[in-house]
Design a protein around this ligand. Structure first.
Ligand code: GYE
Length: 336
């Protein structure tokens, strides 16, 4: 009886060891897109494909640099693709990453919709997708592991709250022109929505013109020229969805013969160095921070996923708001 029991124990222990070994080998070899459940290959050296939006702004340049160097500094291999703000280029890039059997895809979608099919292809190939900076607007949230980026609605709210406070005591209507970001992109949709939410409670603030400047300086200048042509002296405020468009518009305002920062209050978003320079020169009034330097945080998340951790579906970057009077002091400390 005793001998039998001992034998049983030995057999049981052996079985346990086999089961445990099998489990750990599925953990290192399995390559399924677990949509946040982790349990993938070890993070020793990963091949990561990064599909970036483009090179349209100072923000984007800083973001690309931060992500690229965080990936390579951590010893991973990077495959990079710049979509030049075109959705079809991003779809092609993702398909090519799938064909090359990368371990993970980092993806900043230029617009919110129209990527379901290609992300489904990545999921079917067992490749986890990490959304960065811009979110998507579709139901199936198993198509990506996590989203890492800013709260753009909150940025619009911050810009509007600053303006309401700044204009306190001013009688009559306040006429605002708005330079929107890329049509259909998350930051353009959300920065508009957040700003309008606050404005809805203040009927004397009127958005008299609103058009896309595609997040670039050149387009920002061009559209501002058109605004000035039709509304000229009536414009009190410019709300630009990013600093680059605000900087382009500042040039248009000067060429028109008005003083940006004085005759027209200029609001931007991003808090890039160019905005601090414009504020230090008295030409821009405020910028809402949108921090692009999340490369190291992203790599930590990718590695955590491959180590089997479950990640939240949305992870936010913390940021502030900066005004003209702080610009000279803060300019030397800005990292992007
Ligand atoms: O604000 C703008 C860039 O998606 C947050 O894209 C990003 C935006 C940023 O072109 O400058």
């Amino acid at each position: 009886m005793v001998i039998q029991l001992k034998r049983f124990r030995v057999v049981f222990l052996m079985l346990l060891i086999i089961v445990l070994a099998a489990c750990s080998s599925t953990n290192t070899e399995g390559n399924t897109n677990s949509g946040g459940e982790g349990g993938e290959a070890s993070s020793d050296k990963l091949v990561i494909g990064f599909s970036q939006v483009g090179a349209e702004s100072e923000w984007r340049t800083a973001n690309t640099k931060s992500i690229k160097s965080a990936i390579t500094d951590a010893g991973h291999e990077l495959k990079f693709s710049d979509a030049q703000q075109k959705q079809e280029n991003q779809i092609k890039a993702i398909r090519s990453f799938i064909a090359q059997k990368v371990d993970a895809i980092v993806f900043s979608p230029v617009v919110e919709t129209g990527f379901e099919t290609v992300l489904k292809e990545a999921k079917d190939a067992g490749i986890p997708v990490f959304l960065v900076d811009r979110a998507v607007d579709f139901e199936d949230d198993t198509l990506w592991v996590t989203f890492l980026g800013s709260d753009f609605v909150e940025e619009g709210i911050k810009a509007a709250n600053w303006l309401v406070e700044e204009m306190e005591g001013v009688d009559g209507d306040i006429n605002i022109v708005e330079l929107q970001g890329t049509v259909g992109s998350a930051p353009a949709i959300d920065r508009k929505e957040g700003f309008e939410q606050v404005m809805a409670e203040h009927p004397n603030f009127r958005i008299i013109k609103s058009q896309s400047g595609d997040f670039t300086r050149a387009k920002g200048k061009e559209v501002m020229e058109a605004f000035l042509k039709s509304d000229g002296e009536n414009i009190d405020v410019l709300y630009a969805h990013n600093d680059d468009m605000a900087i382009g518009a500042i040039q248009a305002i000067e060429e028109y013969g008005l003083k940006p920062g004085e005759d027209i209050t200029v609001i931007g978003v991003d808090a890039v160095k160019g905005a601090f320079e414009a504020m230090a020169a008295g030409k821009m009034n405020v910028t809402v921070e949108c921090n692009p330097l999340f490369g190291p945080q992203l790599v930590e998340l990718i590695e955590a996923h491959f180590a089997g951790e479950t990640l939240d579906k949305r992870i936010s970057v913390e940021e502030g708001i900066y005004t003209m009077d702080q610009a000279k002091e803060l300019l030397p400390t800005r990292k992007y």
